[in-house]
Design a protein around this ligand. Structure first.
Ligand SMILES: *Cc1c(COP(=O)(O)O)cnc(C)c1O
Length: 217
């Protein structure tokens, strides 16, 4: 069970940490994977800017219980065969990292807003294009009518401060170089570092809702 008052307190705490880290206009995406619809409601009541979901099936089960009163961002590993299921539910596609997904989004969700996920750590499980692949994927997305708002990355797992700064500094640099506005980086363990490095959007899950039971679909 989600305690909406506790979530509101944690949201206030995260916002104050963001301010202390120097963030002025940072969106807070509450990551609700593995939690039920009550987590989305609590995030909405606590005035988070959006919720983040990772799994198509799980999101569809939640929306079957009632439309969330908050924007939903897709942040999970994204294959083209999931796009059709998700289209119509997603305000921002944060994890776009391949041509097949770009092409399918252009067909199923014309004019959709996306972030391109960039690999800034070299950790194999994380996905994302390498920096040299970025121009080509962006050009393809725009040629399909998609709106590229910015970039997203996942920082190093169990990273020391220096490694986090390297990863986040790389994304911030690429966002500037591309002339984009959204720089989505920072999770529960590392969002203060990400904000200090110029994040404009943090994605916080366990820091708001507590530990997740691991899901594998
Ligand atoms: C799960 C997840 C998060 C949130 O992780 P926490 O450590 O619970 O804050 C953020 N971004 C992505 C892409 C995720 O998959």
């Amino acid at each position: 069970m989600i305690d909406a008052n506790a979530v509101a307190d944690r949201v206030a705490h995260v916002r104050s940490v963001i301010n202390e880290a120097g963030g002025t206009d940072v969106s807070l995406v509450a990551v609700t994977k593995s939690f039920g619809i009550d987590a989305l409601r609590a995030a909405s009541t606590a005035k988070c800017d959006a919720v983040g979901e990772n799994y198509a099936q799980e999101l569809l089960e939640k929306t079957a219980e009632g439309m969330p009163l908050i924007d939903v961002h897709f942040i999970g590993a994204l294959q083209s065969n999931k796009v059709r299921l998700l289209a119509g539910h997603i305000a921002l596609w944060q994890s776009v990292d391949r041509e097949s997904v770009v092409d399918e989004l252009g067909r199923r969700s014309p004019g959709a807003s996306i972030l391109i996920q960039v690999d800034t750590t070299g950790e194999p499980s994380k996905g994302g294009v390498t920096p040299p692949q970025l121009d080509a994927l962006r050009a393809r997305a725009e040629s399909r009518g998609l709106i590229v708002k910015g970039l997203m990355t996942i920082g190093p797992t169990d990273g020391m401060q220096e490694e986090c700064e390297k990863s986040f500094g790389m994304l911030r640099h690429l966002v500037n170089e591309q002339g984009l506005s959204v720089c989505s980086m920072g999770m529960s363990a590392d969002y203060p570092i990400a904000v200090a490095c110029g994040s404009t959007m943090v994605r916080v899950g366990s820091g708001l809702f507590g530990d997740r039971v691991r899901v594998t679909n």
